[in-house]
Write a protein that binds this ligand. Structure first.
Ligand code: CO
Ligand code: CO
Length: 345
């Protein structure tokens, strides 16, 4: 981010050897070396309401803030609330937001230890989240290797679906579904990644699948090849996209990351935009040595964790989005989840 440039000059990395991951790398959270084999992982995230229900909003905001810890392989230990609430917002609404966040933090095995609330015109809620990671197990964006498979653990389309919700055109079942996915912790995905010794991962949020994939491609100096036909989407994401329900962030993502992405013919405009759709509390994108996929997918289905192999890591740079299913391995996925695939011809 350009806005961080002046800060970088104030804190030259060589003066802070304990800061293992900081402003220099585009990673999900800051990592601070502790004595012994542990490192402290710290992140923060907050946003305006994405759904109407205050409790669900709290759950989603907390799951989203914790997600950056999981993306680095860390286990959340404690969190602080960050809240801005309008003076005229009923107390029970505020309580529901805070309770939603707290119950999500508890589900993650962490504790809320404090926080700060101010008055503001529009509600904002999120967390400062702190976790611990074994230094050997830190996942970053810079260790994806040619031959790895790309694993995605939540479907794409939360941006268009919540935009449709705000416009009052989303179907009720789609709202239920998108809330379920956005509230779903990336805990099990991170646990399984650690179990399989994964070195590179990130979570899919505001920059969309292709934006976050671009960061991995850049940081790891590789090319990511994504198969459209293997990417899971929320049920009516394509239709909402067709009707133009894109959040502003999705358009920005295409502008910003578009030049690094090559689309094969057969990947239509709607699909292209969906792959740039700004996600809220999306899944992990994991770079997994391909020899481990079979065991990984078996463990995932035992745990009830959704996981789809959506592409591969190759030599080169940038992103290529392919329209065809190349190999059988790509159609393996976890069954029983309500997702849809866009079939190209
Ligand atoms: Co992130
Ligand atoms: Co974040």
């Amino acid at each position: 981010m350009q806005v961080l440039q002046p800060i970088k000059e104030i804190f030259p990395p060589e003066e802070y050897p304990d800061l293992l991951v900081g402003l220099d790398t585009p990673d999900d959270a800051a990592v601070w070396d502790l004595d012994g084999d542990q490192a402290l992982v710290v992140t923060t995230d907050f946003f305006t309401p994405v759904v109407d229900d205050p409790y669900q909003y709290g759950q989603i905001a907390a799951a989203n803030a914790l997600s950056d810890l999981y993306a680095m392989g860390a286990r959340p230990i404690l969190a602080l609330n960050i809240a801005a609430m309008p003076a005229d917002l009923p107390t029970e609404v505020i309580t529901a937001i805070i309770r939603g966040g707290a119950e999500k933090v508890r589900e993650a095995g962490a504790v809320i230890a404090g926080g700060h609330t101010i008055q503001d015109k529009e509600p904002k809620y999120g967390l400062v989240a702190v976790g611990l990671v074994n230094k050997e197990k830190i996942m970053t964006k810079s260790c994806a290797r040619p031959g790895d498979l790309l694993i995605l653990t939540k479907p794409i389309g939360t941006g268009v679906t919540t935009t449709a919700l705000r416009s009052g055109v989303a179907l009720e079942q789609d709202v239920t579904e998108v809330v379920k996915w956005m509230s779903y912790l990336n805990r099990d995905a991170a646990m399984l990644a650690a179990e399989f010794g994964v070195e590179s991962a990130t979570d899919i949020t505001g920059f969309g699948l292709l934006g976050h994939a671009s960061e991995i491609a850049d940081a790891s100096d590789v090319r990511l090849s994504i198969n459209l036909a293997s990417v899971p989407f929320l049920q009516n994401a394509y239709e909402y996209a067709q009707d133009g329900n894109f959040p502003g962030g999705s358009v920005n993502n295409q502008t910003y990351y578009g030049s690094g992405v090559a689309f094969e013919s057969g990947v239509d405009q709607i699909a292209q935009m969906l792959l740039f759709d700004a996600q809220t509390s999306g899944g992990l994108l994991i770079s997994l040595p391909s020899s481990k996929w079979e065991d990984f997918s078996i463990r995932a289905s035992v745990m009830g964790l959704p996981a789809w192999a959506i592409g591969t890591v190759e030599d080169g740079a940038g992103i290529v989005v392919r329209a065809q299913i190349l190999e059988d391995v790509f159609i393996q996925g976890s069954n029983g989840f309500n997702v849809r695939f866009i079939n190209s011809d």
